[in-house]
Design a protein around this ligand. Structure first.
Ligand code: AGP
Length: 525
């Protein structure tokens, strides 16, 4: 609230220059009750409102606009005032804000799923666009306060997708949804015997032939999906792929130009670092392709091309079904590019398509048999540290397994490429420590086993996730998963790791869906 209680503000984001604005307002007689950056906003609105000598109906909106002109940073702002009780004013920049259109009521939120029980019709605000929301109509204005119309977007998500549907937690529900979410991701993008099609993107063979490098940029789990995508694209398309963390990429001054295709992966499509990285690569002349789960999210509107994972709303903070759908989509994209470029034998691509189509039933098989994973979780949930090992693409899965464990069980864990063990981390292996290893590539079995023997010798407790016939060895737990093409094996091998994290978290009595210190969308830097 401002000092006179005339304006109340809800703000998501960060006002970077709040200290300067606070000084300015202080010199003009305003006082502050808190240290928050948000408090400058209602007071600045009041400042401009009281300076405006006109008394027309737009005065409130003008004051908000003058305030917003002074703000630096990222924000989604809602303002109400007892002087204008019939309306809510909203504006956003680099922070998500959606407006749900109801019947004689309208709603605002930062996320579509929050409003699905009220409506499926949404207005998605652009940066620096204003909306004045009344109960039965909405007016939209650009940054110069010129009024315009805006199309409403119908979101197909089902409201029941935002309920637990008999599961104890959203995370467990989303883990079990994976056979279906993958089917949705595949959708009509391919049929056996026919080339892949992406109606939603207009990437030509001519353009693709000019590409000499691909960047996949993302954060967290989405970045781990990118690592699997790198293997797929390099192998099938013979184009070098760099995977980068968005928060690093954006400050690295990366070497990219019009011959670079930059792929941005983001479940929410609202991750601040990923959006900033996308804008950077556009400014350097690269074409950008967004992979997102949320229709109309910021990243999809910024990118040149956009494809959706269609995994359905993901509510739990720890990403599960979004990851597997991202990997599936990257696999289909790699096949699509390879078909266009003629870079891989069609028989190999056809076999890979069959393997992709078989994924849902193979995931079912893993989900139907979780007892051993539950027993393992009971044994290890009190541990302080754990290790994940893998080679090749199994290393990528290790990274994702380790992130999941940290996020929801608060157990410190490290993922290592198994061959790196002897270069340092083995010093940490001691009696009773838990080491989880993934082995899905027949070419790497022997090497991986010898790494595991090294930790067993030092007293480690081991769990192996594998689709190989391993020689008899003294492993404590072996989780067998179905075989598939090694390029897409992370989609299967990650499932037991998701479940292990889940069961450990439950054993510890933690809030699985809302782990401490984390947000579902990281909309600030
Ligand atoms: C995943 O479990 C995490 N919550 C987190 O790493 C997440 O993947 C990351 O913040 C990226 O989010 P995005 O996909 O919405 O961009």
């Amino acid at each position: 609230m401002d000092n006179s209680n005339s304006f109340a503000v809800v703000h998501n984001g960060i006002i970077e220059n709040y200290s300067d604005l606070r000084d300015f307002l202080g010199k003009n007689g305003y006082t502050f009750l808190s240290q928050t950056d948000t408090e400058v906003i209602p007071n600045l609105i009041h400042y401009y409102f009281s300076k405006d000598e006109k008394t027309d109906d737009e005065k409130f909106l003008r004051a908000v606009k003058c305030c917003v002109n002074d703000l630096k940073g990222s924000y989604a702002i809602e303002v109400i005032s007892p002087l204008y009780p019939d309306r809510i004013i909203v504006v956003r920049k680099d922070s998500p804000l959606v407006i749900g259109k109801g019947v004689k009521e309208n709603h605002i939120a930062s996320d579509i799923p929050a409003l699905l029980k009220f409506t499926k019709d949404f207005y998605l605000l652009n940066d620096n666009e204003y909306a004045v929301i009344y109960n039965d109509y909405i007016k939209f204005y650009n940054s110069n306060l010129e009024e315009h119309t805006k199309p409403v977007k119908n979101i197909e998500w089902d409201a029941s997708a935002t309920e637990k549907g008999g599961f104890e937690d959203f995370m467990l529900k989303e883990i079990y949804e994976q056979p279906n979410s993958i089917r949705e991701t595949i959708g009509s993008r391919f049929k056996l015997g026919e080339p892949c099609s992406f109606d939603d993107i207009d990437i030509s063979k001519e353009y693709l032939s000019t590409i000499n490098k691909i960047y996949i940029v993302a954060c967290g789990t989405a970045m781990h999906a990118g690592l699997v995508g790198k293997n797929l694209i390099e192998k099938l398309c013979n184009i070098p792929v760099c995977v980068d963390i968005a928060s690093e990429f954006r400050y690295r001054n990366p070497i990219i130009d019009e011959k670079t295709l930059c792929i941005y992966v983001s479940q929410s499509g609202e991750t601040a670092d990923t959006i900033a990285a996308l804008k950077l690569s556009k400014s350097k002349g690269a074409k950008t392709l967004a992979i997102s789960n949320v229709i109309g999210s910021s990243i999809t509107r910024e990118a040149d091309f956009c494809i959706y994972t269609h995994a359905g709303p993901e509510i739990a903070v720890a990403s599960t079904k979004a990851y597997t759908s991202q990997v599936v989509l990257l696999a289909i994209l790699a096949i699509y590019f390879a078909e266009m470029l003629g870079s891989t034998d069609l028989k190999i691509l056809e076999d890979l398509k069959k393997d992709i189509l078989d994924l849902p039933s193979k995931i079912h098989a893993i989900l139907d048999n979780t007892q051993e994973l539950q027993d393992f979780a009971k044994k290890v949930y009190t541990q302080k540290d754990m290790f994940f090992l893998g080679r090749g693409t199994d290393y990528n899965t290790s990274l994702e397994g380790s992130l999941k464990l940290k996020e929801i069980s608060y157990i410190h864990s490290e993922a290592y490429a198994a061959g790196e063990l002897k270069h340092g981390p083995i010093a940490l292996i001691e009696n009773g420590i838990t080491v989880i290893s993934i082995i899905t590539d027949s070419n790497l079995v022997e090497k991986s086993i010898s790494n595991i023997q090294e930790v067993i010798t030092r007293g480690a407790r081991t769990l192996i996730v594998t689709n190989q016939n391993l020689p008899n060895a003294n492993f404590d737990f072996v989780i067998n998963i179905p075989k598939t093409n090694p390029l897409i094996s992370p989609i299967l091998s990650v499932i037991p790791l998701q479940l292990i994290s889940y069961y450990i978290s439950k054993n510890k009595g933690l809030d699985v869906d809302k782990p401490r210190n984390l947000a579902k969308s990281v909309t600030v830097e």
